[in-house]
Design a protein around this ligand. Structure first.
Ligand code: PBG
Length: 323
C-alpha cells in the first residue's frame, strides 16, 4: 500500500483538527498597547494605523474597560505629551500624561487587569531619542539611567503593575530594579524589552506618538542581522532582575523568539508592532487578504514560536473572536 503514512487522517474533520491542535491562543495571552494624548478633547486617528487612536483621558478609560471585558490579559500605556524638552521631564512629572493616565486606569480597574507602562523617554524628548544626549549629541547611557530610575518610581507610584523599559540602554533593568526596591516598590515588576531591534517596522508608531526623531536608533537598538547578541541581552536582563522578557518586533524575528523561549526561565513576550499591524490592515483594506484569518494566523504563529504573551493592537478584537 502506498502511501504508507497518511498525516491527512488527523485533518479530516474539524473535531480531529481541534483535538490535535498544538498551539493555544487565548484572550488572557494578549496585551493591548494604548496611546493617550495630553490635552486631547477628541480621540485622534492615527493614519498609518487604521482603527488605532491617540486617546483622550475619557476614551482611554473606555477602551481599557472594553479590553478587560473582552478578557484581554493586560494593557501597555504610551503617553503623548503636549510639550517636550531635552531631558523628557514630562516622563517623570507626577502630572505628566502617562502618569496621570496610569492613575486613572488603576482607579478604574484596580487589580482586574495587569497595568503596564512604557518606561522610555522617546515620547517625552524634543529630539525623539530614548535617552538624554551628551554635549556631542550622542545618547548618554549612564545619564539616561538616572532619568529611567526616577521615571520608574513615578510609574510605580502611579499604579503600574509592570514596567516596560524599552530604551535599550545598558544596565536599565538593574538600575530600575534598585530604584523600585529603594522606594519600597518591591512588588512592581519589570517586563524587559530585552531584544529590541532597530526596525523599519516601527514607522507607524512614530506617527502614533508624534515622534520628533530625526535619524535612527542604531546606536542603542540591535542590528537586525544579529541573533547571538539577543541572547546576551536576555541573559544580562535576567541577571539584572527582569521578571519577564520581550522580543520585538515579532514577525521578522520569530527565530529569535524561539531561541529566547528555549533559554528563558521567565515568561516571554513578543510585540506584534505597528508596522506589522499596518501591513495587514492595508492589505485587508484592499481586499488582498482575509483580515480575520490573517490576524489569527499571525497571533497563532507568534505563540507557536514561543511567546507566552503578545502585545498586539488587535487584542480586544481578537479576544472577542476567540471567546
Ligand atoms: C520606544 C518604543 C517604540 C515602540 C514601543 N516602544 C518605538 C521605537 O523604539 O522606536 C514601537 C512599538 C510599535 O512599533 O508598535 N518607546
Amino acid at each position: 500500500m502506498f502511501p504508507e503514512h497518511r498525516p491527512r487522517r488527523l485533518r479530516g474533520t474539524a473535531a480531529l483538527r481541534r483535538l490535535v491542535s498544538e498551539t493555544t491562543l487565548r484572550p488572557r495571552q494578549l496585551i493591548l498597547p494604548l496611546f493617550v494624548a495630553e490635552g486631547a478633547d477628541q480621540p485622534r486617528p492615527i493614519a498609518s494605523m487604521p482603527g488605532v487612536v491617540q486617546h483622550t483621558r475619557d476614551s482611554l478609560r473606555k477602551a481599557a474597560v472594553d479590553a478587560v471585558r473582552a478578557g484581554v490579559g493586560g494593557l501597555m500605556l504610551f503617553g503623548v505629551p503636549e510639550e517636550r524638552d531635552a531631558t523628557g521631564s514630562g516622563a517623570v512629572a507626577e502630572d505628566g500624561v502617562l502618569n496621570v493616565a496610569l492613575r486613572d486606569l488603576r482607579a478604574e480597574l484596580g487589580d482586574d487587569t495587569v497595568l503596564m507602562a512604557d518606561t522610555c523617554l522617546d515620547e517625552f524628548t524634543d529630539h525623539g531619542h530614548c535617552g538624554v544626549l551628551d554635549s556631542s549629541g550622542a545618547v548618554d547611557n549612564d545619564a539616561t539611567l538616572e532619568v529611567y530610575a526616577e521615571m520608574a518610581v513615578a510609574q510605580a507610584e502611579a499604579g503600574a503593575h509592570l514596567l516596560g523599559p524599552s530604551g535599550m540602554m545598558d544596565g536599565q533593568v538593574g538600575v530600575i530594579r534598585r530604584a523600585l526596591d529603594e522606594a519600597g516598590y518591591t512588588g512592581t515588576g519589570i517586563l524587559a524589552y530585552s531584544a529590541k531591534y532597530a526596525s523599519a517596522f516601527y514607522g507607524p508608531f512614530r506617527e502614533a506618538v508624534d515622534s520628533q526623531l530625526k535619524g535612527d536608533r542604531k546606536s542603542y537598538q540591535q542590528d537586525p542581522g544579529n541573533a547571538r547578541e539577543a541572547l546576551r541581552e536576555i541573559e544580562l536582563d535576567l541577571a539584572e532582575g527582569a521578571d519577564a522578557i520581550m522580543v520585538k518586533p515579532a514577525l521578522a524575528y520569530l527565530d529569535v523568539l524561539r531561541a529566547a523561549a528555549e533559554l528563558s526561565p521567565v515568561p516571554v513576550a513578543a510585540y506584534n508592532i505597528s508596522g506589522e499591524y499596518a501591513m495587514v490592515e492595508a492589505a485587508a483594506a484592499n481586499g488582498w487578504l482575509d483580515r480575520e484569518r490573517t490576524i489569527l494566523e499571525v497571533l497563532t504563529s507568534i505563540r507557536r514560536a514561543g511567546a507566552d504573551m503578545i502585545l498586539t493592537y488587535w487584542a480586544t478584537e481578537a479576544a472577542a473572536w476567540l471567546d
